[in-house]
Design a protein around this ligand. Structure first.
Ligand code: GLN
Length: 473
């Protein structure tokens, strides 16, 4: 096995070395495989596609030599274990999908492959993408590469940890309530939740379909931009995917912008003081650089988390009803079909998934439907309207990505406390807006304080450029 000669920040740097024959896809793959085997303790991968990626690398090296390679040649990428790749297992880190082999590839996977990316493995995550610490996984917790007794965030914890530890150059995650942005923040890398409808969900194992979006976690804004460009755009297999292919804009109008800061978010009682300090420092540099900052109210802030959990658990209870031991994966055989289903689901799902299925069934049940589900749908519309209204008066909404720094693996907190980790991230999922998280600076213990900017629907080309620009202050 080879060693990676360099730590690349951008795909462009990799491609420059490839074109100058300073490296090959094969040696890159061998280098990443070496990093993966040296970092097994992180538990970031549920499976490594070793043979497969070496073989693909050899083919792509040939294409590079004959100048026929796609725009992602040289990109070694990991995919979250809830994204299907034909002929490979896709388990969403759940026992109920143990050894389930996908018969088709997700649209995002097809698009990556058609541009000659190499998929090196499937990444650990919270079971069915439900969690904030990657501890709810049938494969066990993932360690944060910055400090290994801390969580990397969740649910795309394996994705963020593997990018940070250089086990792959870039990773795909999914974000239903923050699962790309929060782990990106906990590991000090960049993560984008695209506008709902920009990226196809075909082949993504569903958690809450009206919230779920696939997006990239990477080391640079440049890569985030290119990957989003490649994976975005209409797809006949997903009728909610209505956005055009995201363009890559070269000359974005870099005039001064207005940023709306949600007052209740920065005054949030649970906001960590180091994150708050870094955020304030960032806001003053924005001002110094001529941008306009305005403090605004989001009267529904306290309803964000409850609304998110009522609606996502309702959708999850419906989506997860298909795992009955008959159609997919794991089965506990019994003579009676009812006991087969009960036993399979009892043993197949982990405790957090069960909690959410129960909660979802409760809020959808006759008698409670009006009081919970229907009311939450109405509140969602209000949140969407209030967010749109803020974005009609300001270019962006700016807020910390997370209220807290990473917590210790095994730290027991009540589910409600954990759910409040999502207080700043769920707004963009409830409203469908794009949101990009990026590190601001390091905290004393070596972690990072991150901010996220939320932009107008389908404004990703500008959003990424502006974030790149302001993050350099
Ligand atoms: N922490 C959130 C949850 O547990 C986020 C999940 C997600 O975005 N997939 O639901």
């Amino acid at each position: 096995m080879g060693e990676l000669k360099k730590n690349y920040t951008t795909l462009k740097q990799i491609q420059t070395d490839l074109n100058n024959q300073l490296t090959t896809c094969e040696s890159l793959v061998l280098g990443y495989l070496d990093n993966i085997s040296k970092n097994k303790h992180l538990n970031a991968f549920n499976e490594v596609f070793e043979e497969d990626s070496i073989q693909r690398a050899v083919k792509i090296d040939k294409k590079i030599r004959s100048k026929k390679a796609g725009v992602l040649a040289g990109l070694i990428v990991g995919i979250k274990d809830n994204i299907c790749y034909k002929g490979r297992r896709a388990e969403a880190s759940s026992n109920i999908l143990k050894d389930f082999v996908s018969s088709y590839s997700a649209t995002v996977v097809d698009r990556l492959l058609s541009e000659d990316a190499i998929i090196i493995g499937r990444l650990n995550c919270d079971e069915f993408a439900m969690g904030s610490g990657n501890e709810n996984s049938s494969y066990g917790p993932v360690q944060n590469p910055i400090k290994t007794n801390y969580v990397p965030g969740g649910s795309s914890g394996g994705s963020a940890a593997s990018v940070k530890a250089n086990l792959c150059h870039l990773a795909l995650g999914s974000d239903t309530g923050g699962s790309i942005r929060q782990p990106a923040a906990f590991c000090g890398v960049v993560g984008l939740k695209p506008t709902y409808g920009l990226v196809s969900r075909y082949g993504l194992i569903a958690y809450a379909s009206s919230f779920d979006q696939i997006g990239p976690i990477g080391k640079s804004f440049e890569d985030i931009e290119l990957i989003t460009h490649v994976i975005s755009g209409k797809d006949n297999f997903d009728t909610t995917c209505i956005g055009k292919k995201m363009s890559i804009k070269k000359n974005i109008n870099q005039t001064k912008k207005t940023f709306a800061i949600i007052e209740d978010a920065v005054n949030f009682v649970g906001l960590d003081h180091e994150i708050s300090k870094e955020f304030d420092r960032f806001v003053s540099t924005l001002k110094k650089n001529g941008h306009k900052i305005e403090y605004v109210k989001l009267p529904l802030l306290e309803y964000l988390v409850p609304t998110y959990y009522i609606l996502t658990t309702a959708e999850a209870s419906s989506n997860l009803s298909r795992y009955d031991g008959v159609k997919y994966g794991f089965q506990r055989s019994c003579e009676e079909i009812d006991s087969l289903i009960t036993k399979t689901r009892t043993e197949g799902f982990g405790p957090e998934v069960k909690r959410r299925i129960l909660l979802g069934n409760f809020v959808l049940s006759q008698g409670y439907y009006e009081a919970y589900y229907k009311k939450a749908q109405r509140v969602r519309t209000l949140i969407k309207n209030q967010t749109e209204e803020i974005l009609s008066r300001h270019d962006y909404i700016l807020l910390p990505t997370t209220p807290n720094k990473p917590f210790k693996i095994g730290d027991t907190a009540s589910p409600i406390k954990r759910y409040y980790e999502d207080v700043f991230t769920v707004q963009a999922n409830l409203s469908g807006h794009p949101a990009l998280s990026f590190p601001l600076g390091q905290t004393k213990d070596g972690f990072f304080a991150s901010a996220q900017i939320i932009g107008k629907y389908f404004s990703e080309p500008e959003l990424i450029q502006i974030a790149k620009n302001i993050s350099e202050y």
